[in-house]
Design a protein around this ligand. Sequence first.
Ligand code: HEM
Length: 478
Amino acid sequence: MNTRRSDGRKVPPGPDQSLVFGNFKDIDTERVHQSLHALSKKYGTIMSIRLLRRKIVVLNSADVINEAFGSEQYKDLLNDKAQGFYGTYLVYGHADVLLGPCRDLTFRIKEVMSLGLRPAMVPSALAGDCRKLLEMLGKHGSNDFDPADDLQTLFAEVTSKLISGEVKDGDVKLMWDFVDWSNRLLNPSVESLLKNFPFLRHLPVKVGVLFREVLAKRDVLLARYLDTTRETYVKGKVRGLVDTCFAIQENEIRANGESWLTDDMVRATILDTIGAGLVSTTNSVLAVILNLLHNPACQDRMRQELRAVVHPAALVTQADMNGLPYCRAVVMETLRLSCVVPIVSHYCSAGDVDLAGYTIEKGTMVWGNLWSALHDDHIWVEPWSFKPERFLDDDGKLLPKEHKFMKALIPLGVGRRICVGYDFAMTRIFAFVTTMVQHYDITPPVDTELLSNDPNLFSAGAVLQPDRFKCKLVKIQK
Ligand code: HEM
């Protein structure tokens, strides 16, 4: 591909493009992250591709991603989101954070989300969730079981409490139903059809039927989480995210008598929490379990550390995290190796931007290829191996945050668009995994073969997911 423009500036290199389809021949649309990783080996840390008419610059290293999305210089230029079909028709005209444009209002809603997550961060909420996990695990005795069943239920309940402060019968099914149906929409070929021909959403064709089904599921979900929560809302009592929104709606009124935080924004915030949080956290814990099944010595070392810090009869708390560096390293290494969110999608809308010696043209999508960044063999020794100790110094402490490994560990993004659920996700994943290891030896199944922990084999989609697998628990004698 010719990388020099007529004005002498260089666009990032990339594979040759066909006139109509661009680089579709180079990209497996079912496993985009793996195709991009293969191309990054040839074209380096910043490269160009085109899919039909859509120009895309792909950032393949943590350094370039940090600079593009995390630096002061580019914070307003490369942190926008493209106006797309789903933002417009599913989340109320980009009223959410995940797909919302780079504007003050989006970041104001993001602050509301952070505030709304606080009730879920109190110690009693975490302790309740850990107790629930132990209750679920205790039912399996010494039988083989599929941990995805428990974790899907547990995380749906956790998310329901986060949003509304309670769990009602049917909530778990409602949430997963919406997530499963929406995932079908996220298939790149469905997305591309709807984006190019939005009127299909009204027609009796496959993608139109699918879209309307998802809308129906969305509306049932929102009736439960917005309307029902409003009916029982008591002023001054904040049970969860939605109550936080109601309180803001009451207190932050504009001159026209209405709040700046509209009901559509609250609806979109609920959808973001479920859409962005539920699958990523569930699959991250499943990935830790798989890694521990393949590395029993890591479990032993975690347990040794836990015994020294947490009383055997006590639950692990957020305050214990500082004293458990190896356990934290196990979670960090899983987030790196398994990288359940492999690609993040931004948009360059304000004008041409010069980055890393190249020009990113206005109107280009900018993809942060976290998958390549977290498996970059220029940074990580043996990037495809599970080595939690890489995050510890010689004294067994976590590396300082200026260390190159810590700067390169970006599974939840960086900069203005960094995951709003960061602390919530890290705390829940950490507490659930350590609680399991504190009470049980997690061992391979007796009746089936143990699934590989190679993340290249995970099912692809917006969030990667290990196939169903089984394991067996052996109670630790205290
Ligand atoms: C292990 C679990 C999680 C992972 C790996 C993860 C990963 C990510 C990543 C990579 C981004 C994109 C950053 C970017 O666009 O540059 C993101 C954004 C986001 N995440 Fe998470 N996430 C997790 C959990 C959660 C949870 C629990 C919530 C909600 C409670 C959540 C809500 C969001 C939202 C709303 C955004 C959009 C932020 C913005 O665009 O400014 N995520 N997450």
